[in-house]
Design a protein around this ligand. Structure first.
Ligand code: FAD
Length: 346
């Protein structure tokens, strides 16, 4: 079974990049850029500051960003054996395991979106994600059998654990919580918060394609973001948009999949069936005030499929851009909230 170069491509399941970041810099203000690696992908922080003052702080800021990201990884990564989440995942059933306020907040937010999406977003899909080789475990050589899927399915569902006062109790030893779909968004919000605490109000924070923007670039230029065309063969721009002081996250299955006998299996799992999603909705981008919400909603909507996803977006006023594959064409659909709140530049 072939895995399509997961980690390089997971930089941006649906690439959202900033354009013309350093163009037209005025004499005293410029865009500063801090980059590095985290969560199996990269981070990018750009901010506008007066040259002299920012130069002094840049090294310190980068080191604070890296420290903060290490802290979040140490709490919420399933790729680190002794992270808080990994220890929870190994904890015995029916025994209270105490988690930090931060992990509790991220799990609570995920559970809120699970309820909102009628179970489409489900952080207990970990056993199925791992079974298909999309988690930190070794890649399987073949497509899992129905029996294996059914066994993993029995461990999945928001009723398989409780969280109360930072205490998690799992119903079964092998219940496995996977925050991959939402913790990057949380980390983006935390870095944005860190910048704001330093009175930096014009910034762009991005981790693996999930992004939060505030203010403007020098000379009153807007930050613009590009949404990538949902094709795995090349990187091409579908749309260039202006989202104001908001976050944007995307979910898609055209880069991260496994292939067996010419059939593609997505890394996005439908918790109802316990199989990878299999419909013509190929990407969803969501704009929201926080990145944790945008990140979780993008996954929820793509798992739901176009019709149910669009219904939810309209009912809840979610700003979402859906791209479906119809024959050989990509067709774009925008929710009303998206049309109202997002400026299409191209
Ligand atoms: P998204 O659409 O945001 O999320 C999809 C992912 O969510 C799937 O891959 C699956 O894990 C899970 N998922 C699938 N279906 C559902 C569903 N219905 N409901 C809920 N979740 C679902 N990768 C590495 O290679 N090395 C690392 O060291 C590493 N560390 C990480 C640390 C942290 C804290 C986090 C959050 C992630 C880390 N990752 C790491 C994973 C990687 O960066 C991506 O998060 C992952 O590949 C999927 O994110 P995405 O944006 O591509 O997709």
């Amino acid at each position: 079974m072939k895995h399509d170069g997961l980690k390089n491509f997971s930089l941006a399941i649906l690439l959202i990049c900033s354009l013309a970041l350093t163009a037209c810099a005025p004499s005293h203000e410029k865009v500063h850029s801090l980059t590095g690696k985290t969560m199996g992908t990269t981070f990018n922080v750009k901010f506008v500051a007066d040259g002299s003052a920012a130069e002094l702080d840049k090294d310190l800021l980068l080191s604070d960003i890296e420290t903060r990201l290490l802290e979040i990884n140490q709490l919420m990564s399933t790729y680190i054996e002794d992270s808080e989440l990994s220890r929870l995942n190994k904890a015995p059933a029916n025994t209270a395991f105490t988690i930090s306020d931060e992990t509790a907040y991220v799990i609570e937010e995920a559970l809120r979106l699970t309820r909102l999406s009628d179970g489409a977003l489900d952080i207990t899909v970990g056993p199925i994600v791992n079974l298909w080789g999309f988690g930190p475990d070794l890649k399987p050589e073949t497509v899992p059998t129905e029996t294996q899927v059914a066994q993993a399915r029995a461990l999945v569902g928001p009723d398989k654990f409780t969280l109360q006062n930072n205490q998690v109790i799992k119903a079964h030893q092998d219940v496995y919580i996977d925050l991959s779909t939402i913790a990057k968004g949380y980390a983006v919000d935390e870095l944005a918060e860190m910048l704001e605490q330093r009175n930096i109000t014009n910034y762009l924070v991005e981790i693996g394609g999930e992004m939060r923007l505030s203010g403007q670039k020098p000379e009153a230029q807007d930050w613009l973001v590009a949404i990538e065309k949902p094709v795995s063969s090349e990187r091409a721009v579908q749309r260039i948009i202006h989202i104001g002081d908001n976050a944007i996250a995307s979910s898609g299955d055209y880069r991260n999949y496994v292939e067996e006998a010419g059939r593609r299996f997505s890394h996005l799992i439908d918790p109802q069936t316990a199989y990878p999603i299999d419909h013509n909705l190929v990407s969803v981008s969501v704009i929201a005030p926080t990145c944790i919400e945008a990140d979780g909603l993008a996954t929820a909507l793509i798992v739901m499929g176009f019709e149910k996803g669009m219904d939810l977006a309209e009912r809840e006023g979610i700003a979402a851009l859906f791209i479906t594959k119809e024959g050989n064409e990509f067709v774009e659909y925008r929710s009303n909230a998206f049309s109202r709140s997002v400026k299409i530049m191209q």
